[in-house]
Design a protein around this ligand. Structure first.
Ligand code: RB5
Length: 147
């Protein structure tokens, strides 16, 4: 069973809690890396924790929530082995799995309503990488950037 690492800053906290409830409904295994309260905090800390959980093998995939999803995606994509996708809509979430084999989904807590976020998360989790020409391009990312 896939294990999902979850993280947010204060601006993503409430949506992260809703996503967590949804993962429980879906009977998926997860670990929450914080934040655990609404007090102001710094998104890079949580993006880093979730990224490390994936590269260490502790988790298979990650979901990060900040105000827009942008700060989380910028940070997590600086970790070797992470392919973070900022996807605040269903089609982007689906394509991020089909074409990019994204292993982290970044969401905007100030952008998405609960029902929209649930659809995005469900689609992202249930979509598989297509491989083929897309794998060649992922290899090229590593070859060109070393990440
Ligand atoms: C926090 O106010 C906000 O800047 C942060 O959650 C995120 O949206 C950054 O990209």
């Amino acid at each position: 069973m896939i294990k999902i690492a979850l993280g947010s800053d204060h601006a993503g906290y409430l949506l992260k809690e809703k996503v967590k409830k949804f993962l429980i409904e879906l009977e998926l295994e997860f670990k929450d890396y914080g934040t655990f309260k609404l007090d102001s905090c710094d998104y890079p800390e949580y993006a880093y924790k979730v990224g490390q959980a994936i590269v260490s093998g502790e988790a298979d995939m990650g979901i990060l929530v900040c105000g827009t999803g942008i700060g989380m995606s910028i940070t997590v994509n600086k970790i070797k082995g992470i392919r973070g996708a900022l996807a605040n809509d269903i089609e982007t979430a689906q394509l991020s799995r089909l074409h990019n084999n994204a292993n982290v989904l970044c969401l905007g807590g100030r952008i998405l309503k609960e029902e929209e976020a649930k659809e995005v998360v469900k689609t992202w989790i249930n979509t598989s990488f297509e491989g083929g020409r897309h794998q060649k391009r992922l290899n090229l990312i590593t070859q060109l950037t070393g990440l």
